[in-house]
Design a protein around this ligand. Structure first.
Ligand code: SF4
Length: 337
C-alpha cells in the first residue's frame, strides 16, 4: 500500500524547535525556533548555506543530535501525531529506519565496508519488518533492481561500486521498508553532475512509487526546483522564507533569498559580474541581536537591529520573516525583475 493512501493533513508538524551545541567556551545556537509542517506525500526543500542549521534540524527530527554537546533545548515535533520529543528509546528505534529513513551525502561513511550490499539491505528489512532472512534477501534483490543494480551484484562490497552506484545502494536501503518519511541530506553533492541527475530522477521516481513524504536538504536551488513541492530558505538556524516552489522562484521576497537567486548565473543574463551577497553568515555562537541577516542587508533599519521578525503569512501560504513584509516588492525588489 502506498504510504499516504487515504491520509490527509500533515505527517510532520514542528513547532518552535531549538537545538544548541554546548561547547566549553560558547553555546552554538544551531536551530533557533524552527516551525514548519510537511504534508503526506509532499517534498519540502531545506535550502541554505553550510552551517545554516539544515542538517541539525534533520537530525533533531529523529532525536539523533549527538549529545553531548548537542541539546534539544525546546519545541515540539509531531510525527504522524506522535510526540517525538516525548518518545521512549524503544519507540525512537522503531521509528528510525522503519518510519523515517535518512540518506546522507557521503555513501562511503554510511555503508559498512566489510558487508556485502545485499546483506546490508536485507539486514535493514529483517530489523524493521519482521520478515524472515530469506524473504528479506528477496526484498533486497527487488530493491537493488529498482535502483538499477543487477541482483547478481548482491554479494559485492561497497568498494566494488562507483560513487553513484553506492548512492543508489543507500537509496535502496533507505526505501527498503517503505518509510513514510525520507530525509535526504545533500544526497548528490559528492557526485558528478551527470550522475547527480540520474540519482535525483531515481529518487523522484521511487518517492512517487512509494508515495513517501520527503525533506530534501540542499544548498542548490536548482535541485530544490527540480524535486520539491515547497521550499524553506534557512538562515542562521531559522526559516526566513517558505513557499510553494513556483511562488518562491517567481517572487522571492526575503533579501537573503533574493540575494541567493541573484548570485546564480543565468543564460539570458548579460551582467559581467554576479551580485554576490556581501559578508558571511554569522557565527552561530555569536548571533547578532535582532534579524540575524541585518549585518548583510541593504534594507536594514533600527527595527531590524533591535528585534527579529517572526515568520508570517504574506498571502496564499507564502511565509516571510522580514520587517519589510508590508512593503514587499516596491522596497525589496524580487527575482522576477
Ligand atoms: Fe533585512 Fe530587516 Fe528584513 Fe532582516 S528584517 S532581512 S534586516 S529588512
Amino acid at each position: 500500500m502506498k504510504n499516504s493512501e487515504g491520509k490527509k493533513g500533515n505527517i510532520l508538524d514542528v513547532r518552535d524547535l531549538v537545538i544548541h551545541y554546548e561547547l566549553e567556551e560558547s553555546t552554538v545556537r544551531a536551530v533557533e525556533g524552527m516551525s514548519f509542517t510537511l504534508g503526506y506525500g509532499e517534498t519540502l526543500a531545506f535550502v541554505g548555506e553550510t552551517g545554516a542549521g539544515k542538517t541539525t534540524t534533520a537530525l533533531g527530527l529523529m532525536r539523533l543530535v549527538p549529545s553531548p554537546p548537542g541539546r534539544m533545548v525546546g519545541g515540539e515535533i509531531f510525527f504522524e501525531g506522535r510526540d517525538i520529543m516525548k518518545a521512549s528509546g524503544e519507540e525512537l528505534r522503531a521509528i528510525r529506519g522503519e518510519k523515517i529513513s535518512f540518506i546522507s551525502q557521503d555513501p562511503m561513511t554510511s555503508l559498512n565496508p566489510v558487508m556485502s550490499v545485499g546483506s546490508q539491505i536485507a539486514e535493514m528489512v529483517v530489523l524493521h519488518s519482521g520478515l524472515s532472512m530469506r524473504e528479506s534477501r528477496a526484498r533486497a534483490e527487488e530493491m537493488l533492481s529498482l535502483v538499477g543494480i543487477r541482483k547478481e551484484r548482491m554479494g559485492d562490497y561497497p568498494h566494488q561500486f562507483s560513487g553513484g552506484m553506492r548512492q543508489r545502494v543507500l537509496i535502496a536501503i533507505a526505501l527498503a521498508c517503505s518509510p513514510a518519511l525520507l530525509i535526504a541530506d545533500e544526497p548528490t553533492s559528492a557526485l558528478d553532475v551527470t550522475i547527480q541527475a540520474q540519482v535525483l530522477n531515481l529518487m523522484k521516481g521511487l518517492k512517487e512509487r512509494f508515495d513517501t513524504s520527503m525533506i530534501m536538504i540542499t544548498h542548490d536551488l536548482g535541485i530544490a526546483a527540480e524535486t520539491c513541492d515547497r521550499v524553506a530558505i534557512i538562515y542562521a538556524g531559522r526559516i526566513v522564507e517558505m513557499a510553494d516552489t513556483e511562488s518562491l522562484f517567481t517572487e522571492a521576497l526575503h533579501p537573503y533569498a533574493i540575494g541567493l537567486f541573484n548570485s546564480i548565473p543565468r543564460i539570458d543574463d548579460d551582467r559581467d559580474l554576479l551580485d554576490a551577497l556581501p559578508g558571511l553568515m554569522p557565527d552561530p555562537a555569536r548571533l547578532p541581536q535582532g534579524c540575524p541577516f541585518h549585518p548583510r542587508c541593504a534594507h536594514a533599519s533600527q527595527e531590524c537591529e533591535n528585534s527579529a521578525p517572526g515568520l508570517e503569512d504574506v498571502g496564499n501560504g507564502h511565509l516571510l520573516a522580514c520587517w519589510l513584509r508590508g512593503k514587499r516588492n516596491s522596497e525589496v525588489g524580487s527575482v522576477a525583475q
